[in-house]
Design a protein. Structure first.
Length: 148
């Protein structure tokens, strides 16, 4: 089984990776942490909140940080005994995540999600539906733990 973990440096991505380490996976499961360095396209903006809050970084300084973040998250998976690799891509996270899943022949996309404002939720209903429809495999979203 191939599991693509779409992640960035956000708390919701850390929660998603932690949730992945707590799950029982079939023997031989392989993980790839994907971090997307987001372009400056206005179309990618709504996606930022829904999928791994976003699994994308704004361009510029964080472009240099993305490989370190992806490697750190992959190391967290490996530390839990899971076979993991990582990749960094550039573009619209909704497009790049689906494309990477298809090219890698992923069986599952895992992502984190954070709470959004009412306006963001309204926009995201359309974007999330589009992202799920375009995914070539199942998608599992881990919601960020509420702050007490």
């Amino acid at each position: 089984m191939k599991i693509l973990v779409a992640a960035d440096d956000s708390p919701c991505s850390a929660d998603a990776v932690l949730a992945v380490t707590a799950e029982r996976w079939p023997p031989g499961a392989v993980f790839k942490v994907l971090t997307v360095v987001e372009g400056e396209s206005p179309q990618s903006l709504p996606c930022r909140c829904q999928l791994t809050g976003p699994a994308a970084f704004p361009r510029c300084e964080t472009r240099r940080q993305a490989p370190f973040v992806a490697a750190r998250l992959a190391a967290s998976l490996e530390g839990a005994g899971l076979a993991a690799d990582f990749a960094v891509r550039e573009g619209d996270p909704c497009v790049v995540i689906a494309r990477e899943a298809k090219e890698w022949d992923a069986d599952l996309i895992v992502a984190g999600a954070r709470d959004c404002s009412a306006a963001e939720r309204w926009l995201l209903a359309r974007v999330a539906g589009s992202a799920v429809r375009n995914a070539p495999c199942r998608v599992q979203i881990f919601r960020q733990k509420p702050v007490s």
